[in-house]
Design a protein. Structure first.
Length: 126
């Protein structure tokens, strides 16, 4: 998704799977993906590393790495900025319950205590 291109292009599914298992991932800034900044290479390689010890060990580590890249590029990161960017990409969409005419979430539709399966389980117990 980052480069809008496949990570490994090969002639067959078997060759693709072999490349995934055996070859290091190409950095996203390689010429085929020139629109991607080289500053992202280390972060992407850390996410795609074959050896688990070479990968980020937590989500917090990933966020910290992304924030460092953003600071290097002079970009602002915030939930508000991300929300604005996502709306620019995908447009705004009403919540499903609003589209169906409910003002609030319908009761009993979410969560284990309010689900239909939980209600069915209670009624069959007796």
């Amino acid at each position: 998704m980052l480069t809008s291109d496949r990570l490994y292009k090969r002639g067959s599914d078997f060759d693709i799977m072999t490349a995934i298992v055996n070859e290091p991932p190409p950095p996203p800034s390689m010429p085929a993906a020139a629109a991607c900044r080289y500053e992202l290479d280390a972060s992407c390689c850390g996410l795609l590393a074959k050896n688990p010890n070479d990968r980020y060990q937590s989500g917090d580590d990933v966020v910290e790495a992304i924030e460092q890249v953003a600071a290097t590029l002079g970009q602002q990161l915030s939930q508000k900025a991300l929300g604005r960017y996502m709306r620019e990409l995908f447009g705004s969409r009403k919540e499903p319950w609003v589209e169906r005419g409910f003002e609030e979430k319908p009761e009993g539709r979410d969560g284990p205590s309010g689900s239909r399966a939980a209600a069915a389980g209670r009624s069959s117990r007796g």
